[in-house]
Design a protein around this ligand. Sequence first.
Ligand SMILES: *Cc1c(COP(=O)(O)O)cnc(C)c1O
Length: 233
Amino acid sequence: MSTILINLQAVQQQIIHAAQIAGRSPHEIQLLAVSKTFNAEAVLEAGKAGQTAFGENYLQEALDKMAEVRRLSPELALEWHFIGPIQSNKTRLIAQNFSWAHAVDRLKIAERLSEQRPDNLPPLNICLQINISEQETKSGVPINQAAQLAQQIAALPNVRLRGLMAIPEPAQTLEQQRTPYQQIKTLQEQLNQQGLALDTLSMGMSADLEAAILEGSTMVRIGSAIFGKRNYA
Ligand SMILES: *Cc1c(COP(=O)(O)O)cnc(C)c1O
């Protein structure tokens, strides 16, 4: 068996194990395979093993890879998620080519995605990225501005606000990893009490998947644990 398949199965087992500890059904937790920096062949290997959802951060790389995957394996139906930060000049191609955008943190970007979503596609699924560590450098909307932005985005016609996404600071212990995810979960509950219907928490990467699942993640975004170490050269 190839390394990618072995890794994929190990990650699936980790999800099942964490769900058991959390007292949750593993079916509540979707695995998003983050294929940035890896090629179309790597995507196909995972795809042919049944993995359907893939996450990408860099638009041009993603579009080239998607075309190559379609060329090599036209029968394979994959779902593509844009998980990187979104600049205004990238919104049209994201609206045309992806099913989800996970890192939306400004109304202007959401408005453009809604305007530019082609009529023949279902609404683009959106997660609001929350700046959980209140860092200057990190993207994401601060927690205290999330409710207003969420209500504004939920009113747009061609996007569907599905939930919240966060990338916390790396932390060492399981308890430290859980704290920010717990805040995101609480925010989701508050927003739903205010009338929103958020069903998605996009939380957890290779290093903190268990903590995220313990706090209610419904979608873990896993790259290196499946595809190996990234080489940005
Ligand atoms: C790269 C990336 C991931 C995957 O990270 P790993 O540590 O390789 O699992 C998840 N989410 C986002 C937003 C990323 O940019």
